[in-house]
Design a protein around this ligand. Structure first.
Ligand code: AMP
Ligand code: MG
Length: 501
């Protein structure tokens, strides 16, 4: 890999004269033409700002003052008025959806550019639901208000939970209806991401047989997300190994908080290591590895307990796409790919175990720890214990539920756990602090999310604002908000979510 493969250098932020603080650059647009198509958002009838993420706007260097003019701001986040310096485009990509390869691309999303923050970071600013693109196929390029608010709520909850994720800057209503089995209010979400480079972006270049484009994408991705690898002897191999590490860590984080992504297609796996694509995702109530929420995931491909295996499967598709540039000869290329993919298992296990130890307040490592964790999980599965509340109770060293106080299995486990805690030098207070920091008290419970979206559809945003205010501090175990801790009274196992909405 030579320096000439690199796109033009990513420049530091220019001091900008834009009063709102927009500093947009376009490094992705310098990639070969097969990766993007210029296309502008389609204006909507009656833009109205529904929610604006002021702390995020500020961290992006967007001053909330010029953003405060409601009409202008609504026009901006609905796609009717482009921020200064934007060069809108749709990204091309392919992907394996439920195991089947297909070509895709941004069918309802448009990248406006990359905002350079005051700290010199680079974030994609993307409108989702902003109208048709050359990749829309038979879709309308639009989105409904409910699913966009859903993405806003859950992505911001994930961020507060400490999980790498794309974020949500704003949702604007369009004043137009979209047809999804019934007529629904339309909306545009502004998504902020480290980038939108996906496993499917590499699959797209590979499927086209364009080795030069593949090399350019490797170099670009390394420059943007893994600059420490720039001097690696084999850049594609170094990138593959680094991406595997980030995904192993990411999925372990999902499992730690009971998150089910729901649609882990390879086009929904970002090379940055951020969680992306909040379609049918949801949080598990009762612990069960077989938990599935997506209405179309009939075979549980993307079930809670399958997510590590699927991540590895997706990474194998990335390795496959990289084969032509891993090595000039096929056999050594395959050997490098296989070695890297095999490494996922140990990386994931390491992160999972480390995360579970923290949930149980363990600072040290003992070989029996995995058994201790598995015994607890098996008991939770058997008793249909609520995942979040059980760990939140243990975090405060309380019995999960008065009804299990006499369960001999739990009593035995609890005694083993206390004995284990006594074998580390850290005291009870240190252990409790560790547990409090890694076991959320509050997650976006499915019935709450549905209720606030229902109210928002009727024009009432108060319930959503209250929920967002809870979710911004998920580890605040002292907060008295019992209604936000309750799992769905009806059980919730039948809860269904929908994609492509
Ligand atoms: P997803 O399931 O959200 O990952 O989307 C899969 C593909 O369908 C992507 O290429 C999307 O851009 C596209 N898509 C989803 N909804 C629409 C829509 N309403 N109009 C056009 N394309 C869409
Ligand atoms: Mg997607």
């Amino acid at each position: 890999m030579s320096l000439s493969d690199l796109p033009a250098p990513i420049r530091p932020a220019d001091p900008s004269s834009d009063p709102a603080g927009w500093r947009l650059e376009h490094s992705y647009a310098q990639l070969p033409a097969l990766f993007h198509v210029a296309v502008a958002p389609t204006p909507v009838r009656a833009p109205r700002l529904v929610v604006l993420n002021r702390p995020l706007a500020e961290s992006l260097g967007l001053s909330s003052n010029p953003l405060a003019d409601d009409e202008e701001t609504a026009a901006l986040f609905a796609g009717n008025r482009l921020p200064p310096g934007s060069v809108p485009l749709a990204q091309a990509y392919a992907g394996h959806q439920y195991g089947h390869f297909t070509t895709l691309g941004d069918g309802r999303a448009i990248l406006l550019g990359e905002q350079i923050t005051p700290r010199g970071e680079r974030f994609d600013i993307q409108l989702k639901g902003s109208g048709p693109t050359p990749f829309s196929r038979r879709g309308d390029g639009r989105a409904a208000l409910g699913p966009m608010l859903r993405e806003y709520i859950i992505s911001e909850a994930m961020h507060a939970l400490g999980v790498p994720t794309t974020r949500s800057l704003a949702v604007a209503a369009t004043g137009e209806d979209v047809w999804r089995q019934s007529s629904l209010p339309g909306a545009v979400l502004t998504r902020v991401a480290a980038s939108h480079i996906r496993v499917g972006t590499f699959e797209w270049a590979a499927a086209r047989g364009d080795e030069a484009a593949l090399r350019a994408l490797v170099a670009y991705t390394v420059r943007r997300h893994f600059p420490e690898l720039a001097e690696a002897g084999n850049l594609p191999q170094a990138l593959l190994v680094a991406v595997i590490e980030r995904q192993a860590s990411l999925v372990a984080q999902w499992l730690r908080i009971g998150f089910v992504h729901g649609v882990m297609n390879t086009d929904n796996m970002a090379l940055s290591g951020e969680t992306i694509d909040y379609g049918p995702c949801a949080f598990m109530d009762a612990y069960d590895p077989a938990t599935v929420f997506s209405s179309i995931d009939a075979h549980g491909r993307y079930a809670y307990g399958n997510q590590a295996r699927i991540a590895q499967w997706n990474l194998a598709r990335l390795a496959e796409a990289l084969l032509p540039v891993l090595h000039v000869e096929k056999q050594p290329a395959l050997a490098l790919a296989n070695e890297a993919i095999a490494g996922f298992t140990a990386r994931f296990q390491h992160h999972w175990l480390a995360g579970m130890r923290r949930k149980l307040g363990l600072f040290t490592e003992e070989p029996q720890d995995e058994g201790l964790i598995e015994t607890l999980l098996a008991w939770m599965l058997k008793t249909k214990a609520d995942f979040t509340n059980t760990f939140a109770a243990l975090a405060l060293d309380m019995r999960p539920d008065p009804t299990v106080r006499d369960d001999p299995e739990f009593i035995q486990w609890h005694a083993d756990w206390l004995a284990r805690l006594s074998r580390q030098s850290q005291d009870a207070a240190e252990s409790e602090a560790l547990r409090r920091a890694h076991n959320p008290a509050f997650i976006p419970r499915n019935h709450h999310v549905e209720a606030v979206l229902g109210a928002a559809n009727e024009g009432d945003l108060r319930a959503m604002e209250r929920l967002l205010e809870i979710l911004v501090a998920p580890y605040d175990h002292t907060r008295h908000a019992p209604e936000y801790r309750l799992p769905n009274a009806a059980g919730g196992a039948d809860y269904r979510t929908f994609c492509g909405t």
